[in-house]
Design a protein around this ligand. Structure first.
Ligand code: GTP
Ligand code: IMP
Ligand code: MG
Length: 341
């Protein structure tokens, strides 16, 4: 079919795999016409670039590439205040567009969730109003972006703009949120989020069909983390996680993330169900300290290369991107070498 211009970055575990960093790297290196974010503002993506750290809940992590347009998908659910404050603090006016039909989360949705003991205690929800807004959307009562005058300057038909860009031969990057095992349909129900988290669902939220898709990059961390309740095979204690240098805290809630070693079993299903063309593995530096911010495959310690090769042969897809540090530039890009680009 020739050049396929849409690439998707999607999570393969329980979210927080480092999609923000992978998207920032791909935006800086490929300079796509646009990056479009899917999901909702319960997800926090971290971007570290040249000494700055950003925690993003609404706008795409590709904002670090100045030539790239930033879109919020119409299938998204967005807390208006979170969006406006990110646009203001990052100075993104004129570069960021929200679809007319993006669903808007208000303080009422947030307070409804926070007073719901089942959601907050048994499920461990982030309490950011996403599920409550989703319920209203399904009931066709939710107000959309087009209903808010203060959002007028940001509104666009993001689907039409992307379709036109694709007709012109431009490239588009889709940034999904959370991870396969938090999917409402495919995850560890009821300990899941309120939407599907697969690559197909991300495309559906954007409004593009699968024929445009080239790379489907499923992101894994070198170990597994989970926030909130629900099963986590091989879970280790917080003390053990601290000892191994794997302790993390939630971007949105600040809660300590639960931790387990890398799971081939979880990864295999996520790869197959997303029809991954390839995999990205972040935080290799947390398994092999000498890998810290290494940018060339040949410079990785032998055991680190062996571990990556073991992941590749066990999953049956290449590892095209390797994260070796939090900064967007601490990446080994093997896309050409492994034949996915
Ligand atoms: P969700 O959409 O919430 O699932 O988030 P996410 O996948 O964007 O991940 P998040 O930013 O919440 O968490 C990943 C953490 O790992 C962040 O603190 C990143 O800065 C960090 N990180 C990402 N890649 C690497 C890496 O290769 N090495 C190291 N040391 N840190 C990394
Ligand atoms: P909710 O979607 O906020 O209601 O949360 C439901 C479950 O999904 C909880 O276990 C949350 O911790 C988890 N969750 C939601 N968003 C994220 C995310 O971005 N990263 C990791 N876990 C998340
Ligand atoms: Mg996160």
């Amino acid at each position: 079919m020739g050049h396929l211009p849409v690439d998707i970055v999607v999570g393969g575990f329980f979210g927080d795999e480092g999609k923000g960093k992978v998207v920032a790297y791909l935006s800086l290196s490929k300079k796509p016409f646009a990056v479009i974010r899917t999901g909702a503002t319960n997800a926090g993506h971290t971007v570290v670039y040249r000494g700055n750290v950003w925690k993003l809940r609404a706008v795409p992590s590709g904002f670090v590439e100045k030539s790239t347009r930033l879109y919020l998908a119409r299938g998204m659910l967005v807390d208006k205040e979170v969006f406006l404050s990110e646009v203001r603090s990052l100075g993104l006016r004129g570069r960021v567009w929200m679809d007319h039909n993006t669903g808007i989360i208000t303080w009422e949705h947030v307070s409804r969730e926070r007073s719901d003991e089942y959601l907050m205690k048994s499920i461990g929800s982030t309490g950011t109003g996403v599920g409550a807004a989703m319920v209203e959307r399904v009931l066709r009562r939710l107000r959309l972006a087009r209903d808010y005058p203060e959002l007028r300057e940001f509104l666009a038909d993001t689907q039409a703009e992307l379709l036109d860009a694709l007709d012109r031969g431009e490239n588009v990057l889709v940034e999904a949120a959370q991870g396969y095992w938090l999917s409402l349909y495919h995850g560890t129900y009821p300990f899941v989020t309120s939407r599907d988290t697969t690559a197909s669902a991300a495309l559906s939220e954007v409004g593009l069909g699968p024929r445009h898709v080239g790379r489907i990059i499923v992101v894994f961390k070198a170990y597994v983390t989970r926030v909130g309740q629900g099963p986590l095979p091989g879970e280790i204690t917080h003390e053990e996680a601290v000892k191994r240098g794997w302790a993390e805290y939630g971007t949105v809630t600040g809660r300590p993330r639960r931790v387990a070693p890398f799971s081939l079993e979880l990864a295999r299903r996520a790869v197959r169900a997303n029809s991954a063309t390839e995999v990205a593995v972040t935080k290799l530096d947390k398994l092999f300290h000498e890998a810290s911010c290494v940018r060339e495959w040949e410079k990785l310690p032998m055991e680190a290369r062996k571990w990556i090769e073991w992941v590749e042969s066990s999953l049956g897809v290449p590892v095209s991107i390797i994260g070796t540090g939090a900064d967007a530039e601490c990446v080994i890009d093997r896309a050409k070498e492994v034949g996915v680009e």
